[in-house]
Design a protein around this ligand. Structure first.
Ligand code: NAD
Length: 348
């Protein structure tokens, strides 16, 4: 049994608790939040035996094997390192951290303590995206030429906590949601990014962070793709992705509209995929599996760092108006997890 502690009981902690409740070999043993009300509510609602008023207290609980860091972006770095140093495996929510130096320190802490570090890049766990990715990996559509991925949705400005509307605190569309789109694009392209150019702005709201991002990414395999992330004031959401391969086309969406379609002979055909969506369950299954089998988690630290490298380069490009070359990143190895990233799908 993997005993989990959840740190931060805001909105999305609910999805983590509900997902874990469906798994036989994982349970939430403890929660921590500075606020009494959510702590009591979560303990009552999900039958969680232990509640702590701070993450430091939770980390002293020797029965907790792994923690989920589920709070504001500016806290991901410090709390992940404290948790790893306390001997816990960590699943930290996206975005990984607010600088590459912080990402590096988190990866180093995982290595030094011999603990697993996974980042909650949920795009890898939607049934539609898993189906789309396995079609691409099967080779039936030929090599990927380009992909365009969207996440356009209502920014919900009035209900959004102030920290998520301030870039200084790690907020804005790019870090909150653009991270998902760039991750999805990079995963589909199956290659390491080498350069980025972007237009990033605040066009629909009065706030101290962006709400609109258009990002062009070149990959090591010589191909390129586009990520569009816009938090509008009114409209209809689009979470779709479209991939053009040499011998076929593919489009899919996992929110609001759910579909996977393959195009051949000028006809789009629906492809079946598993329902209901269980992205948080599959994320926890993959994390637990990586601990039990001592294998690399699918959305591991170096991969998530690379996604942050693309996002920070996009910000730099938007300021300078120039294409920004990336540093080259880690020497990627083939994935070995047996989870949704295809085991044979290494970085080209
Ligand atoms: N993967 C996804 O699809 C997805 C979706 C939504 C949110 N998220 C991410 O989840 C994270 C949390 O988002 P949210 O909206 O649920 O958070 P939130 O800001 O609503 O809540 C954070 C909670 O943490 C508590 N807290 C703050 N500091 C603490 C500390 N030191 N110790 C214990 N508790 C502390 C606060 O009291 C609050 O209850 C963010 O990184 C966000 O980007 C991911």
């Amino acid at each position: 049994m993997l005993n989990v502690g959840i740190i931060g009981l805001g909105g999305i902690a609910r999805s983590h608790c509900e997902a874990i409740a469906t798994l036989d070999d994982v349970r939430v043993l403890a929660v921590a939040d500075l606020l009494e009300e959510p702590r009591q509510r979560y303990m009552r609602q999900y039958d969680i035996p232990r509640g702590y008023a701070s993450h430091t207290e939770l980390l002293q609980d020797d029965d907790v094997d792994a923690v989920a860091v589920v709070l504001g972006h500016q806290l991901h770095h410090r709390l992940t390192i404290d948790s790893l140093n306390a001997g816990k495996h960590v699943l930290v929510e996206k975005p990984m951290a607010l600088s590459l130096e912080h990402c590096d320190a988190m990866i180093a802490a995982a290595d030094a303590n011999n603990r697993k570090l996974m980042v909650g890049l949920t795009q890898h766990f939607y049934p539609t995206s898993i189906t789309a990715k396995s079609i691409l990996d099967s080779g039936e559509l030929g090599p990927v030429i380009t992909a365009v991925c969207y996440m356009s949705k209502n920014w919900n400005h009035a209900d959004r906590r102030p920290q998520y509307r301030s870039r200084f605190h790690g907020g804005g569309m790019l870090l909150a949601n653009g991270v998902h789109v760039v991750d999805r694009l990079t995963w589909l392209m199956g290659s390491q990014a080498v350069s980025v150019s972007a237009a990033i702005g605040t066009h629909a709201h009065y706030q101290a962070s962006d709400d609109s991002d258009v990002i062009f990414v070149r990959y090591k395999n010589g191909r390129a793709g586009v990520a569009v992330a816009v938090g509008f004031a009114d409209g209809a959401s689009d979470y779709s992705g479209q991939v053009i391969c040499a011998n076929g086309t593919l489009k899919f969406s996992h929110h609001y509209e759910e579909y996977v379609r393959v195009g051949k002979g000028d006809v789009w055909e629906d492809v079946p995929f598993t329902r209901p969506p269980a992205e948080f369950t599959d994320e926890w299954r993959a994390f637990a599996e990586s601990i039990a089998r001592d294998i690399e988690p699918p959305t591991h630290g170096p991969y998530a760092r690379h996604i942050m490298e693309i996002l920070f380069a996009a910000e730099q490009s938007a300021i300078t108006g120039r294409e920004v070359l990336l540093e080259g990143g880690t020497e990627w190895t083939h994935q070995t997890s047996g989870t949704p990233i295809h085991p044979d799908h290494g970085w080209v």
